[in-house]
Structure formats: C-alpha cells, structure tokens
Design a binder for this molecule. Sequence first.
Ligand SMILES: [Zn+2]
Length: 354
Amino acid sequence: MVFVWNLRWLSKHLDFLTPAVAFGLLIYGNWAYIHKFAIKKLFHQHGRLATAVGLIATIGVLDICVLLIWVQVLLVGPGAQKTIEPYTLLPPAQVTDPRAESFTSPQVNKPPLIYQCDENGYPTWCAHCQSVKSLRTHHSGRTGSCVFKFDHYCGWLGTLIGAGNYLLFIQFLVYMDCLLLIMWISMSPFIRVYTFRRDGNLIAIYILSVWCSLFVTGLLTAHIYMISLNLTSLEGIILKKTPKKNAEPKPYYVCYKNPKDHCRYVIKLTGPQFMSIWRKCTIWANWIDQLGERAYLWFVPIYTSKGKSRDIESAFDETGSRINDKILTLIDGKLQSGEYLKRFEAYGDGHDEL
Ligand SMILES: [Zn+2]
C-alpha cells in the first residue's frame, strides 16, 4: 500500500524531478569543469593562466545566459489562446437576436477568412475551454488551456513549449550547445592523459558533455528544419504518422471565404495540404513567422513581446495574402470544379463595404 502511494507521489512529482536532475547535472558539470579542469589542471599543472581565465569567463557568461533563458521559458510559458466565442455562421435573414443589430455588433463574431471546421462548416471546438480552437491550436491538459503553436512538452526544462516561449526555447538550445561544445572541445587535447590517470570527474564531464552536445545539436538541427518548413514539432509528428493498412489518411476540413462571391466553402484537404496553409514562400519568411520579425532579437537572451512568433489574429488577412500561394491555387481549383462539401453565406459576409 505504502509502495503504491509512493509510486503515485513519484509520478505526480516526476515533472519536477527531471528538471531537477538536469539542473543538478549542470551544476556538477560546471563545478568539475571550472574547479577540476580549468583551475587544477590547466592552471596549476600546465601553467596556462590566460587560457584558464578565458575559458572560465566564457563558460560563466554562457551559464548566466542559459539560466536566464531557463527562468524566462518557465515564467513566459507557452501562452494561452484567448476564448473565441462561436462564430456567427447563420445567413443574415436567420439572425434573430435583437442585440445583433449589425454585423459589427459585439454579439456577432465574424468568422475569419479561413478556419478549421467539421464537414458542416462548424469550427473546431474545445470543450474544456468552451472556445473555438483557432488554426494551429491544441489543448493542453497540463496547462488546462488551448495553446497556439503547441510544440511539445519539454521534460528537461519542465514546461510546455508553444508560441509564447518558442524563441526562448531555441535560444536555450543554442546557448546550451555552445556551452557543451566549448567544454568538450577544450578538454579534448588532454583527455588521453586524464583517462590514463583515471581522473573520474574529468572523464565523467567529458563523456557527459559529448553526449549532451550530440543530443542538443540533434534537437537544434531538427528544430531548424521545422522552422524552415514553418511547422511545430506536433505538426511534424502528425504528418509523419502513417495511417494503418487500408485506412484512409485523416482528412482535414477548412472553411474558406471566397473573396469573389463572399460565400463560405467547406473544403476537404489532406494532412500535408492542411499543414502547408501557413507555410511561406521562402525559408527566411518562415523563420520570421516562427521567431519574430526582428532577427537581431533571435540572439538576445531576454524576452520581449516583439520576439514572439506571430499571433494567429494577424496570420491571415482579409485578402488571404498570407495563405500559401500553392494552397490558394489549390482551393481556387477545388471551388471552380465544385469540389466542396458545403457553400453558405455567413452573417456579415458580403457587407464589408458598409
Ligand atoms: Zn482548450
């Protein structure tokens, strides 16, 4: 009984344990590198004062950056999508609510140019948040909210990564990778001597820094690739999922307002088509979309709202100019060939000139 209770307690606190282990390893690695390697070996044994001071200073600055970013990743958090009231999808004649005097009334929530929906055009709904789920938003049980650009849960940092803290997460990987690379590269010329002398701490941090550096570099490379494609990790995983034998791949439905006739069309898309709606035409534009417009802020380890990836509110404008050109052409082709599931006029559509 006590054992079962302990297991429950452990699983409940496991979220806290992994970051605690990561933090412990960081402290140990730094102590062993600075005290055992830089001071005792480099300076005392080999007499290289300048190299030792230079390395300690560099490692110290990188440590401060890594810890500063870590705290910010936790404090800023993944961000929560604000509640979106159900869209007013009824045609003008069917809106009987007297409060909805015009389509600009606060009681009317005009649907955006394009949104994810079911086969009937009803927007994807989050029952937990009692809100419409905007494009690229997923509900998180951990935070109890819908997260825009939900990326993944990072066990090492102990938080969820989403649009709010994505840039900070990438910065963490970059600074951490620099720290680890400097550690093992600077130790490499001496490691044979230390292995021979069986210097436990030095061998341990050498192996640890090489292993962690491989892991962080791999993770960073994967994220650089995903940023270039304008995908989150979750979207990448969904795309990679192969459907079971003979099963049809999961369809995605979007409701699109055709600017030519101001009518809404429900269109069926495949996973790759759906995921490329927000992909930009150049890699650079994808980077700006994911990490923020001010490229110099990508390297500054201090959070500003300017360094945040774009909000969904500004992701698609009325002309659809931010929707991927190929997808717009594809949707246009589907509309012309009558390849849509539903066509309707939502309240307020077609009255833009008023
Ligand atoms: Zn939700």
